[in-house]
Write a protein that binds this ligand. Structure first.
Ligand code: ZN
Ligand code: ZN
Length: 274
Protein backbone atom coordinates (compact mmCIF):
# COMPACT_ATOMS: atom_id res chain seq x y z
CA UNK A 1 0.00 0.00 0.00
CA UNK A 2 1.13 3.54 -0.67
CA UNK A 3 2.93 5.41 2.06
CA UNK A 4 0.46 6.83 4.62
CA UNK A 5 -2.63 5.49 2.80
CA UNK A 6 -5.50 5.03 5.28
CA UNK A 7 -3.39 5.93 8.31
CA UNK A 8 -4.51 8.23 11.09
CA UNK A 9 -2.61 11.29 12.23
CA UNK A 10 -3.13 13.61 15.17
CA UNK A 11 -3.72 17.23 14.19
CA UNK A 12 -2.68 19.55 17.01
CA UNK A 13 -5.30 22.28 16.80
CA UNK A 14 -8.11 23.88 18.74
CA UNK A 15 -8.70 26.58 16.15
CA UNK A 16 -10.28 24.56 13.33
CA UNK A 17 -7.14 24.25 11.22
CA UNK A 18 -8.45 20.85 10.12
CA UNK A 19 -10.76 22.78 7.77
CA UNK A 20 -7.85 23.50 5.43
CA UNK A 21 -5.21 20.91 6.38
CA UNK A 22 -7.29 17.72 6.51
CA UNK A 23 -8.80 17.77 2.97
CA UNK A 24 -5.38 18.30 1.37
CA UNK A 25 -3.64 15.50 3.29
CA UNK A 26 -6.59 13.19 2.74
CA UNK A 27 -6.73 13.81 -0.98
CA UNK A 28 -2.98 13.56 -1.50
CA UNK A 29 -2.02 10.67 0.82
CA UNK A 30 -5.30 9.11 2.00
CA UNK A 31 -4.53 10.27 5.54
CA UNK A 32 -7.33 10.33 8.12
CA UNK A 33 -7.40 13.26 10.53
CA UNK A 34 -7.88 12.89 14.29
CA UNK A 35 -8.22 16.09 16.31
CA UNK A 36 -7.44 15.26 19.94
CA UNK A 37 -10.32 16.05 22.27
CA UNK A 38 -9.79 19.05 24.52
CA UNK A 39 -6.49 19.81 22.88
CA UNK A 40 -5.19 23.03 24.42
CA UNK A 41 -2.65 24.66 22.11
CA UNK A 42 -2.75 27.80 24.29
CA UNK A 43 -0.40 26.01 26.68
CA UNK A 44 2.31 26.47 24.06
CA UNK A 45 1.83 30.21 23.61
CA UNK A 46 -0.88 32.64 22.56
CA UNK A 47 -0.80 35.59 20.16
CA UNK A 48 -2.22 37.81 22.87
CA UNK A 49 0.76 36.91 25.07
CA UNK A 50 -1.06 35.64 28.16
CA UNK A 51 1.21 32.69 27.55
CA UNK A 52 4.56 33.48 25.95
CA UNK A 53 5.79 31.03 23.36
CA UNK A 54 8.98 29.29 24.39
CA UNK A 55 11.58 28.46 21.77
CA UNK A 56 11.29 29.31 18.09
CA UNK A 57 8.38 28.70 15.74
CA UNK A 58 9.49 25.19 14.77
CA UNK A 59 10.13 24.14 18.38
CA UNK A 60 6.67 25.37 19.36
CA UNK A 61 5.11 23.37 16.52
CA UNK A 62 7.11 20.29 17.53
CA UNK A 63 5.89 20.52 21.13
CA UNK A 64 2.28 20.73 19.97
CA UNK A 65 2.71 17.74 17.64
CA UNK A 66 4.29 15.70 20.45
CA UNK A 67 1.45 16.57 22.82
CA UNK A 68 -1.13 15.56 20.18
CA UNK A 69 0.62 12.19 19.69
CA UNK A 70 0.71 11.67 23.45
CA UNK A 71 -3.02 12.37 23.76
CA UNK A 72 -4.03 10.12 20.86
CA UNK A 73 -1.36 7.40 20.97
CA UNK A 74 -0.78 7.94 17.24
CA UNK A 75 2.67 7.90 15.60
CA UNK A 76 1.86 10.50 12.98
CA UNK A 77 1.16 14.13 13.76
CA UNK A 78 0.71 17.50 12.10
CA UNK A 79 0.86 20.89 13.76
CA UNK A 80 1.07 24.46 12.58
CA UNK A 81 2.51 27.64 13.97
CA UNK A 82 2.29 31.20 12.71
CA UNK A 83 4.21 34.35 13.42
CA UNK A 84 3.35 37.95 12.59
CA UNK A 85 5.32 41.16 12.51
CA UNK A 86 6.79 43.75 10.20
CA UNK A 87 8.09 42.66 6.79
CA UNK A 88 11.88 42.09 7.01
CA UNK A 89 12.61 44.47 4.09
CA UNK A 90 9.54 46.74 4.09
CA UNK A 91 8.76 47.39 7.77
CA UNK A 92 5.57 49.34 6.99
CA UNK A 93 4.06 46.12 5.62
CA UNK A 94 2.79 43.36 7.90
CA UNK A 95 4.24 39.92 7.40
CA UNK A 96 3.00 36.42 8.18
CA UNK A 97 5.20 33.35 8.31
CA UNK A 98 3.33 30.06 8.62
CA UNK A 99 4.72 26.59 9.01
CA UNK A 100 3.02 23.22 8.94
CA UNK A 101 5.01 20.42 10.51
CA UNK A 102 4.60 16.72 9.77
CA UNK A 103 6.11 14.05 12.05
CA UNK A 104 6.29 10.32 11.33
CA UNK A 105 7.75 8.74 14.46
CA UNK A 106 8.20 5.26 12.99
CA UNK A 107 10.13 6.61 10.01
CA UNK A 108 11.98 9.16 12.18
CA UNK A 109 10.84 11.77 9.70
CA UNK A 110 10.17 15.46 10.26
CA UNK A 111 9.15 17.65 7.32
CA UNK A 112 8.09 21.28 7.37
CA UNK A 113 6.03 23.24 4.86
CA UNK A 114 6.39 27.01 4.86
CA UNK A 115 4.87 30.14 3.45
CA UNK A 116 5.86 33.74 4.17
CA UNK A 117 4.15 36.77 2.65
CA UNK A 118 2.34 40.01 3.36
CA UNK A 119 -1.10 38.49 2.84
CA UNK A 120 -2.24 39.28 6.36
CA UNK A 121 -4.50 41.79 8.10
CA UNK A 122 -2.27 41.81 11.21
CA UNK A 123 -2.70 45.24 12.84
CA UNK A 124 -3.62 47.01 16.06
CA UNK A 125 -4.75 50.49 17.02
CA UNK A 126 -5.52 52.48 20.11
CA UNK A 127 -9.05 53.91 19.98
CA UNK A 128 -11.26 56.01 22.21
CA UNK A 129 -14.69 55.36 20.70
CA UNK A 130 -16.81 52.66 19.17
CA UNK A 131 -16.81 54.47 15.81
CA UNK A 132 -13.02 54.47 15.70
CA UNK A 133 -12.92 50.80 16.64
CA UNK A 134 -15.52 49.98 13.99
CA UNK A 135 -13.62 51.90 11.26
CA UNK A 136 -10.46 50.03 12.20
CA UNK A 137 -12.46 46.80 12.03
CA UNK A 138 -13.72 47.57 8.53
CA UNK A 139 -10.16 48.27 7.38
CA UNK A 140 -9.03 44.77 8.50
CA UNK A 141 -11.95 42.74 7.15
CA UNK A 142 -14.29 42.72 10.16
CA UNK A 143 -16.71 40.97 10.72
CA UNK A 144 -15.46 38.06 8.54
CA UNK A 145 -12.20 38.52 10.46
CA UNK A 146 -12.43 38.56 14.25
CA UNK A 147 -11.16 41.31 16.55
CA UNK A 148 -9.67 41.50 20.01
CA UNK A 149 -10.24 44.39 22.39
CA UNK A 150 -8.10 44.92 25.46
CA UNK A 151 -7.52 47.71 27.94
CA UNK A 152 -3.78 47.38 27.49
CA UNK A 153 -3.24 45.11 30.48
CA UNK A 154 -4.00 41.42 30.61
CA UNK A 155 -7.01 41.80 32.90
CA UNK A 156 -9.69 42.62 30.38
CA UNK A 157 -9.28 40.92 27.03
CA UNK A 158 -12.21 40.30 24.70
CA UNK A 159 -11.32 37.84 21.98
CA UNK A 160 -13.14 36.45 18.98
CA UNK A 161 -15.33 39.51 18.41
CA UNK A 162 -17.30 38.97 15.21
CA UNK A 163 -20.42 41.12 15.62
CA UNK A 164 -21.05 44.83 15.93
CA UNK A 165 -22.89 44.21 19.20
CA UNK A 166 -19.92 42.39 20.76
CA UNK A 167 -17.59 45.13 19.62
CA UNK A 168 -19.85 47.84 21.09
CA UNK A 169 -19.92 46.07 24.44
CA UNK A 170 -16.17 45.49 24.56
CA UNK A 171 -15.33 49.09 23.67
CA UNK A 172 -17.73 50.84 26.03
CA UNK A 173 -16.14 49.17 29.04
CA UNK A 174 -13.05 51.36 28.98
CA UNK A 175 -12.24 54.87 27.86
CA UNK A 176 -9.21 54.02 25.81
CA UNK A 177 -8.72 50.53 24.40
CA UNK A 178 -6.55 48.65 22.01
CA UNK A 179 -8.37 46.97 19.18
CA UNK A 180 -6.46 44.41 17.18
CA UNK A 181 -6.91 41.63 14.66
CA UNK A 182 -7.61 38.18 16.10
CA UNK A 183 -4.97 35.99 14.46
CA UNK A 184 -6.38 32.64 15.59
CA UNK A 185 -7.06 30.61 12.46
CA UNK A 186 -10.83 30.19 12.87
CA UNK A 187 -11.25 33.97 13.29
CA UNK A 188 -9.00 34.84 10.38
CA UNK A 189 -9.80 33.52 6.88
CA UNK A 190 -6.75 35.32 5.46
CA UNK A 191 -4.47 33.40 7.81
CA UNK A 192 -6.35 30.17 7.07
CA UNK A 193 -5.44 30.69 3.40
CA UNK A 194 -1.74 30.91 4.30
CA UNK A 195 -1.99 27.75 6.41
CA UNK A 196 -3.41 26.08 3.31
CA UNK A 197 -0.45 27.30 1.23
CA UNK A 198 2.04 26.03 3.85
CA UNK A 199 0.24 22.66 3.76
CA UNK A 200 0.67 22.54 -0.02
CA UNK A 201 4.39 23.24 0.44
CA UNK A 202 4.50 20.35 2.92
CA UNK A 203 2.83 18.06 0.35
CA UNK A 204 5.43 19.04 -2.25
CA UNK A 205 8.27 18.15 0.14
CA UNK A 206 6.62 14.89 1.24
CA UNK A 207 6.38 13.91 -2.42
CA UNK A 208 10.03 14.76 -3.10
CA UNK A 209 12.18 11.65 -2.74
CA UNK A 210 15.94 11.46 -2.26
CA UNK A 211 17.41 9.93 -5.46
CA UNK A 212 19.97 8.04 -3.39
CA UNK A 213 18.10 6.60 -0.38
CA UNK A 214 14.43 7.24 -1.34
CA UNK A 215 13.68 9.12 1.89
CA UNK A 216 10.96 11.76 1.73
CA UNK A 217 11.64 15.44 2.24
CA UNK A 218 14.42 15.88 -0.33
CA UNK A 219 14.23 19.65 -0.27
CA UNK A 220 15.82 22.92 -1.27
CA UNK A 221 18.24 24.10 1.41
CA UNK A 222 19.83 26.92 -0.57
CA UNK A 223 19.01 29.13 -3.57
CA UNK A 224 22.08 30.36 -5.46
CA UNK A 225 21.88 33.61 -7.40
CA UNK A 226 23.83 34.42 -10.56
CA UNK A 227 21.73 33.58 -13.61
CA UNK A 228 23.83 35.09 -16.47
CA UNK A 229 22.61 38.15 -18.31
CA UNK A 230 21.71 37.25 -21.91
CA UNK A 231 23.40 40.37 -23.23
CA UNK A 232 26.69 40.73 -21.29
CA UNK A 233 26.89 37.23 -19.72
CA UNK A 234 27.67 38.61 -16.25
CA UNK A 235 25.87 37.05 -13.26
CA UNK A 236 22.63 38.75 -12.16
CA UNK A 237 20.68 38.57 -8.92
CA UNK A 238 18.24 36.01 -10.38
CA UNK A 239 18.30 32.38 -9.23
CA UNK A 240 20.85 30.18 -10.98
CA UNK A 241 20.36 26.96 -9.03
CA UNK A 242 18.69 25.24 -6.09
CA UNK A 243 20.69 23.07 -3.79
CA UNK A 244 18.74 20.02 -2.55
CA UNK A 245 19.72 17.99 0.47
CA UNK A 246 18.41 14.76 1.99
CA UNK A 247 17.83 14.93 5.72
CA UNK A 248 18.42 11.20 6.12
CA UNK A 249 21.62 10.50 4.15
CA UNK A 250 22.83 14.09 3.52
CA UNK A 251 23.01 13.43 -0.23
CA UNK A 252 23.20 16.77 -2.09
CA UNK A 253 22.24 17.72 -5.61
CA UNK A 254 22.34 21.04 -7.38
CA UNK A 255 19.52 21.70 -9.81
CA UNK A 256 20.30 24.46 -12.31
CA UNK A 257 17.76 26.83 -13.87
CA UNK A 258 14.88 25.99 -11.48
CA UNK A 259 12.72 28.66 -13.13
CA UNK A 260 13.24 27.12 -16.55
CA UNK A 261 15.26 30.07 -17.86
CA UNK A 262 18.97 29.81 -18.67
CA UNK A 263 19.55 33.53 -19.29
CA UNK A 264 18.41 36.61 -17.45
CA UNK A 265 16.63 39.53 -19.09
CA UNK A 266 19.12 42.47 -19.21
CA UNK A 267 16.53 44.48 -17.24
CA UNK A 268 17.72 42.52 -14.17
CA UNK A 269 21.42 43.11 -14.95
CA UNK A 270 23.46 45.59 -12.90
CA UNK A 271 25.78 46.22 -15.86
CA UNK A 272 23.22 46.60 -18.65
CA UNK A 273 20.54 48.28 -16.53
CA UNK A 274 22.21 49.87 -13.52
ZN1 ZN B 1 18.87 10.27 1.07
ZN1 ZN C 1 24.09 42.44 -18.72
Amino acid sequence: MAYLQGQKYALATMHKKEQVIAPILNCEFGLEVVVPENFNSDLFGTFTKEVERTGDQLEAARKKAEQAMKQTGLKLAVSSEGSFGPHPSFPYLAYNRELVLFIDQDEDLEITGYVANSETNFARKEVTSFDEAFDFGLSVGFPEHGLIVSAGDKLEVYKGITTEKQLREAVKLSKKVWVETDMRAMFNPTRMKNIELATLDLVKKLNSLCPKCDARGFEVVESKKGLPCCSCRLPTGLILSHLYECKKCQHKEELFYPNGQKQADPAFCQMCNP
